[in-house]
Structure formats: C-alpha cells, structure tokens
Design a protein around this ligand. Structure first.
Ligand SMILES: CC(C)(COP(=O)(O)OP(=O)(O)OC[C@H]1O[C@@H](n2cnc3c(N)ncnc32)[C@H](O)[C@@H]1OP(=O)(O)O)[C@@H](O)C(=O)NCCC(=O)NCCS
Length: 218
C-alpha cells in the first residue's frame, strides 16, 4: 500500500512510513527486552514498527527515543507527538503527528481477504449484516474485512482518550463506499462524547485494506 494512500486517510498533517517487514531492524536495549521471548515474526513486526516510527518522528523533529509500549501494550509516543501502528502478514505501517495538530490517531492495515463466517459473526452487528446484504455482489466479499479494519482503527484512536475496552458489537459502522469514508458510532451508553462518534477514511488496493481515524484537537 502506498505511503501517500495511507497519509490521505487522515485529515491533518501526518507523516507515514511503511515497508515490508525489516528483519534486521535495530532496537534499543529496553525494546529488545520487551520482545525477547516473542516468536521471530512478532519480533520482526515490533522492530519494523519501531524503526519506521523513529524515521517518521524524526521527520517531525522529534527526539530519537526508545518506543517501549505501555503495560497494556498500547504505544507510548514522545511528549508532544501521537501516532498509530499496524502490521499485517509481511507489512508494517506507522503514522505520526504533532499533538497540537491531531489529538489521537488510529491506523489499521489488513491483508485483503474474505473474513471467515465465525469472524463475521463476531465482528458484524445485525444492522451491518443487513447493510451488507443490500450491497452490490461485487463489493460484498471485501466489506467484512473493511468493517473489521475500520473498527480496529477506531479502537486505536479512541483508546488514548478513554483507556477503555470495546467489543466489536459495541461499535457500529456506516460505510460510504463511493467517498471512501465511514463513521464509527459506539452503541453502549456513557462512552465519552468526544469519541462516541468518529469519522474515518479507507483505501482498498489489490493486496490490502487500510483504515484511518483521527481525533482533532478541541
Ligand atoms: C490493539 C488492537 C486493536 C490491535 O489490532 P490488530 O489488528 O490485532 O493488530 P495491528 O497490527 O493492526 O496493531 C498492532 C499495534 O496496535 C497498537 N496497539 C496495541 N494496543 C493498543 C491500544 N490499546 N490502543 C491503541 N493502539 C494499540 C500497538 O502499537 C501494536 O503494535 P506494536 O505491538 O508493534 O506496538 C487489538 O489487538 C486489540 O487489542 N483489540 C481489542 C479491542 C478490539 O479489537 N475491539 C473491537 C474493535 S472496537
């Protein structure tokens, strides 16, 4: 997926870096320790994300720092910056921005594939299923993975604000295929208003599906 296509998923000034996995990516000692026990694929995606994130942050003038995740595994960005990370089979993408331009970012990239029926049951709400059935047959195979990806992007964007967990059934998507946009709406009551409804953009290329959500400053 082109880096320019990923950058276009966001409404404000962002820097995107993306690449196939970088097996020899160099890490800080504390980052190495964090993934020491992980399988090689996980180490490669973690390391790739750190190298790409440092490159993107440097383009914004941020200091060169270690990027060890928080205990809940969410990313920790240098003060004054925000970002989001996604990996899929052999690919990793990172988006970063200055916090004064964008409050929070959510990026998700998935391999373009049909979502198996059990996953569809987990991910899609009843309304989303009905909407799916009304769509053109040629589009239908890609829409479940697109909804999955949009929910993941929404989740990553809202998490730094709420620190809260959401199930796939807690979020409902309204997708507008022609404009490449969607709106994610939280169905459960009491969710913080700032993130209870956020809009996002998507891109579909021959290999991957990408979704981006941004929360702008007040
Ligand atoms: C966090 C989560 C969304 C990641 O999505 P994924 O498709 O499995 O994996 P991706 O490769 O796209 O993203 C991984 C990156 O997400 C980031 N991430 C992890 N937890 C995060 C959180 N709570 N908030 C924001 N970003 C998070 C990390 O940077 C991670 O990369 P890293 O481990 O190299 O640092 C997923 O693992 C998860 O915890 N889901 C539970 C909640 C959920 O999915 N609800 C349904 C949607 S509403």
């Amino acid at each position: 997926m082109l880096m320019t296509s990923i950058a276009a998923l966001f409404p404000g000034p962002v820097v995107v870096e993306a690449s196939t996995l970088l097996p020899d990516a160099e890490l800080f000692a504390d980052e190495c320790a964090f993934v020491q026990a992980a399988v090689p694929k996980r180490r490669a995606e973690f390391a790739s994300a750190r190298v790409l994130a440092r490159k993107a942050l440097a383009a914004l003038g941020a200091p060169l720092v270690s990027l060890v995740p928080a205990p809940d595994r969410s990313p920790v960005w240098p003060l004054g910056y925000t970002g989001s990370i996604s990996h899929c089979s052999d690919y990793c993408a990172v988006v970063v921005a200055r916090s004064r331009d964008i409050r929070s970012l959510g990026l998700d990239v998935e391999d373009k594939r049909e979502l198996d029926p059990a996953m569809q049951d987990l991910v899609l709400t009843r309304a989303e299923r009905q909407w799916l059935e009304s769509q053109l047959p040629v589009l239908r195979p890609v829409l479940p993975i697109l909804i999955f990806s949009a929910k993941e992007a929404y989740y990553k964007c809202q998490y730094p604000i709420t620190g809260g967990f959401l199930d796939f059934q807690d979020v409902e998507l309204a997708i507008e295929w022609a404009s490449g946009t969607f709106e994610a709406r939280v169905l459960k009551t009491g969710w913080p208003a700032a993130v209870a409804r956020l809009s996002g953009r998507f891109v579909v290329d021959p290999d991957r599906v990408g979704c981006g959500v941004a929360l702008m400053p007040d």
